[in-house]
Design a binder for this molecule. Structure first.
Ligand code: KG4
Ligand code: ZN
Length: 369
């Protein structure tokens, strides 16, 4: 529908410069420029390198997204940007760009939370997000269980990892097995030909006294590494497929068990799974099986929408506009540890429901004073 809000979203929290264009819950463009190759020789994301790459990629990626969407910047109803959490310098590039475009075009600016965007993106695939929805976000950077009762204003953290992120565990085990980087997809592939019950690896934080919704993968990682070392020390061949399958099973067993438990405890009958690890075939299958058994509806966006992208930011921005949420102030800043309880960073001058014109007037005063 043409009267649904048309929003451009900018995501620069890590190493992908993502720019998406969304109309309501319809995806129009999802342009990505990744600096992953530039970090490869350092064995991890280098913040300064990421910031510089965002700066170089920003304008061309915005142009590409608008072109792909077939819309003009003048037609936008708002510009949304990830305000946090993420790498401070990387976020700053996105926030500065979003401000510059919004100000120059006379459009409202919406600073949004990265994790809430990961949840909201599912609207682009499966339509309006039911409220409440439980969300399991698993990637190389995060592993959290979140309860969303209003994706624009009320997201409650239920639990998170106390050590490694789920994706990090996949990457580390793949390194121990000499399978390369990133580890998730290759472990997923090997695991398909292995026996998930071959080796009983530990399930982190599942004891009676453990935090019910928190995760821990560091003990599992150590157990797998020791098991492999012992095999090698004994001069035996490491059964890579069985190790991959058994390790993967330990991760997805805990993830799905805790997610379903949280849904049951909170009386929530919708679960969404997002983040790069949501691409895992066994996680998808086991989540489906356990959700069906518990009467929970499962929503998992396609892999391209699960990893960091600009469309997810645009999706949340469009929801902000649709629900008449206040725009952000022009002094919006990047916050590397922005809490998810604030899916959106509104402007203080907007708190009493003034229109967008007001924010522009305020901003102009700020800029010229
Ligand atoms: O969301 P993402 O692209 O980037 C961030 O970490 O923010 O997630 C990347 C992570 C990596 O750790 C990668 O190994 C993992 O997602 N991953 C997978 C699979 N595909 C990607 N993990 C398990 N199974 C997969 N099929
Ligand atoms: Zn992310």
């Amino acid at each position: 529908m043409a009267d649904e809000p048309l929003v451009l979203g900018i995501e620069t929290s890590c190493d992908e410069t993502g720019v998406g264009v969304v109309r309501g819950t319809t995806l129009l463009a999802d342009a990505i420029a990744s600096s992953v190759d530039e970090h490869a020789r350092f064995g991890g994301v280098v913040p300064e390198v990421a910031s510089r790459a965002h700066l170089e990629a920003m304008v061309p990626t915005i142009d590409r997204a608008l072109r792909e969407a077939g819309v003009s910047a003048r037609d936008l109803d708002g510009i949304a940007v990830t305000a946090g959490p993420g790498l401070a310098g990387a976020l700053l590039v996105g926030v500065s760009a979003a401000k510059a475009y919004a100000y120059a075009l006379g459009k409202p600016l919406y600073g949004v939370n990265h994790l809430a965007s990961h949840i909201c993106v599912d609207q682009l695939e499966h339509g309006a997000l039911p409220e409440p929805t439980m969300a399991l976000l698993v990637s190389g950077g995060h592993s959290s269980l979140l309860l969303s009762t209003d994706i624009t204003s009320d997201v409650r953290p239920m639990g998170s990892t106390i050590d490694d992120a789920a994706g990090e565990a996949f990457d580390k085990i793949a390194r121990v097995l000499d399978l390369g980087f990133p580890g998730g997809p290759v472990i997923d592939r090997y695991a398909r030909e292995g026996d998930p019950e071959a080796i009983a690896f530990p399930r982190g934080l599942t004891g009676p006294r453990d935090a019910v919704y928190d995760f821990s993968f560091s003990g599992l990682k150590t157990a797998v590494a020791r098991w492999i070392e012992a095999k090698r020390a004994a001069g035996e061949e490491v059964p890579v497929r069985d190790v991959a399958a058994s390790f993967q099973e330990a991760v997805v067993d805990v993830l799905t068990r805790k997610a379903v438990r949280a849904c049951k405890d909170e009386g929530v009958d919708h679960l969404m799974i997002g983040g790069g690890v949501a691409a895992n075939s066994r996680l998808r299958a086991l989540a489906q099986e356990r959700c069906e058994a518990a009467g929970i509806r499962l929503r998992v966006p396609r892999p391209k929408l699960c990893t960091d992208n600009g469309a997810m930011v645009a999706a949340l921005g469009a929801e902000m506009v649709a629900r008449g949420r206040a725009a952000s102030d022009w002094d919006l800043s990047a916050d590397s540890s922005l809490p998810v309880t604030d899916p959106h960073v509104p402007g203080t001058s907007q708190a009493h429901g003034h229109g967008h014109d007001h924010v522009h007037e305020t901003a102009k005063e700020n800029l010229y004073s």
